[in-house]
Write a protein that binds this ligand. Structure first.
Ligand code: G1P
Ligand code: ZN
Length: 542
């Protein structure tokens, strides 16, 4: 029976860069999750009988909220929910299921790369029928609904067991529990030449994939070991755990340091990779080299035609504004479109739907294509493997020949975490105030050519997003970008993105810190970071 429960609004349910993210105790306040889920249903609207996909990255509190969401879906008139067994679905696998099964949307429970556990982070995100994150107009509507909510609808009976595959019913609604891996793995087989990759692996090519005790464990084990023949042990930390084994499932220099160190040794495998909590991010490495995500996007775009799924070539590339312009040089050379969007995958959806772009990427370890509407960690790994299987070269040599052909874009992101929100606001405010007078100013050898606050008009639906980050461009094309994170759960995180293009092959083998030294110093001078925050160094450099 449908049950209507009275509730009162919370005022802080505004979705950020990627859904609503808060600490677990915050989510456990009375009706907190219910309010947000009902606001999603209210904003999404329904004619009754639709299909909804539900799954998450397996972190602490995942199962409870999945059971709540199933009952609320029944209470709100959905005809069918498709749930990953045990409540697990990687974010790209959820996106695929929404598309493949014609669902009207999906609820993905994840806080991505943020730590899990009773005091860790939790998140709820809504994806629309194209499989992608809800665009701004829907997330704004969800927030509006959440501020005015007075009741939510649920189903009296408890939800069925989600650990067993198959269909059961909750009232009139079908609850279908599916293997989280099967459909996703078939999609990967359609896109990539598994036989070629199997041959590569059989020829002695070695790989290691760190699933960081997060959701990609079962996906990577099935695909890399069972289907592609990599020996057992190639996938490490492959069992999803509620607290990710106490770790921080973020495939970056800090949290994937063990694998990065292993990859730097003489005896390292030929290929190394890692993914994040919900399986949408990727880090790719070769023996002796870490591929920066912005370079990875450029290399994948330049070589995608080597994989069967992209053999006809790619229509265009989109990258988030702070992502380096390495991909732009590929687009220019190949005479295909290049789009610069605000941060967050939700801005790629319209471009992918309209067929303007095939490959998208962000500097934050996210790459993906039109096969789903999310970034996809294992997809990036498999495309790299497919390219290596065709070219029969090392990762290092693929990267170096890319730099020879297109030049090298040195790039770093500096994160200052948990700074006081007010101080962060003032720092950005001061940058805004100085933008108009910035052009023409000189800092050492650098002269500002342009300075603005990035605004974006979606070329497909005309929607506008303003205040997306401060860009300072110097003559010669070097760039510093400042923006505040929209995914943090504590204080503010200032992200500073720094890049410089080097065309001269003789100068391309420097390390990025050295190549960017003057820009890094200038970023502090212009941003007044030390002065305002008291911080003398970033917490994380990626
Ligand atoms: C971060 C990344 C962004 C990514 C998002 C979700 O957002 O910078 O590229 O889309 O996580 O994974 P931010 O915290 O910077 O708002
Ligand atoms: Zn993620």
């Amino acid at each position: 029976m449908i049950e209507t429960i009275a509730t009162t609004p919370y005022d802080d349910q505004k979705p950020g860069t990627s859904g609503l993210r808060k600490k677990v105790p915050h989510f456990r306040q009375p009706h907190y999750a219910e309010n947000f889920i009902q606001s999603i249903f209210d904003a999404a609207g329904s004619d009754g009988g639709e299909t909804l996909v539900i799954g998450g990255d397996g972190r602490f509190y995942n199962r409870e909220v999945i059971l709540i969401a199933i009952r609320m879906a029944a209470g709100n008139g959905y005809g069918r929910v498709i749930v990953g067994q045990g409540g697990l679905l990687s974010t790209p696998a959820a996106s695929n299921l929404i598309r493949k099964r014609g669902a009207s949307g999906g609820i993905i429970l994840s806080a991505s790369h943020n730590p899990g556990g009773p005091d860790g982070d939790f998140g709820i995100k809504y994806n629309i029928a194209n499989g992608g994150p809800a665009p701004e107009k829907i997330t704004t509507a969800i927030f509006e609904k959440s501020k005015a909510i007075t009741r939510y609808r649920t189903w009296t009976e408890t939800a069925p067991d989600i650990s067993r595959l198959g269909e059961t019913k909750l009232g009139d609604m079908v609850v279908e529990v599916v293997d989280p891996v099967a459909d996703y793995a078939s999609l990967m087989e359609e896109l990539f030449d598994f036989e070629k990759i199997r041959d590569l692996v059989a020829s002695g090519f070695t790989l290691r994939f760190d699933a960081m005790h997060a959701v990609t464990g079962p996906y990577a084990t099935e695909i890399l070991q069972n289907r592609l023949g990599a020996p057992a042990g190639s996938v490490i930390n492959g069992t999803p755990l509620e607290d990710f084994g106490g770790g921080h499932p973020d495939p970056n220099a800090v949290h994937a340091a063990t694998l990065i160190n292993q990859m730097m040794s003489e005896k390292a495998p030929d290929f190394g990779a890692a993914s994040d909590g919900d399986g949408d991010r990727n880090l790719v490495m070769g023996r002796g080299i870490v591929v920066s995500p912005s370079d990875s996007l450029a290399v994948l775009a330049a070589n995608a035609h080597l994989a069967p799924g992209y053999a006809v070539g790619i229509a265009g590339i989109a990258r988030s504004m702070p992502t380096s312009r390495a991909a732009d040089r590929v687009a220019e050379a190949r005479k295909i479109g290049i789009y610069e969007t605000p941060t967050g995958w939700k801005f790629f959806g319209t471009l992918l739907d309209a067929g303007k772009v095939t490959i998208c990427g962000e500097e934050s370890a996210g790459t993906g294509s039109n096969h789903v509407r999310e970034k996809d960690g294992l997809w990036a790994v498999l495309l790299w493997l497919n390219i290596l299987a065709e070219r029969r070269e090392s990762v290092k040599s693929v990267l170096e020949s890319h730099w020879t052909e297109f030049g090298r874009t040195f790039y770093q992101r500096h994160d200052y975490e948990e700074i006081d929100s007010e101080v962060a606001g003032e720092l950005m405010g001061s940058l805004h105030d100085r933008l108009a007078s910035m052009a023409g100013q000189r800092f050492g050898t650098l002269v500002v050519s342009e300075a603005d606050d990035f605004s974006y008009k979606d070329p497909v639906d005309g929607s506008i997003a303003t205040g997306q980050g401060v860009r300072i461009v110097f003559s010669g094309g070097s760039r510093i970008v400042y923006r505040l994170s929209g995914t943090g759960t504590k204080g503010a995180t200032l992200r500073v993105y720094i890049e410089r293009y080097e065309k001269d092959p003789a100068k391309r083998d420097q390390n990025p810190a050295a190549a960017l030294k003057e820009l890094i110093d200038t970023a502090d001078v212009i941003g007044e970071i030390k002065k305002r925050t008291g911080r003398t160094a970033p917490d994380v450099v990626t």
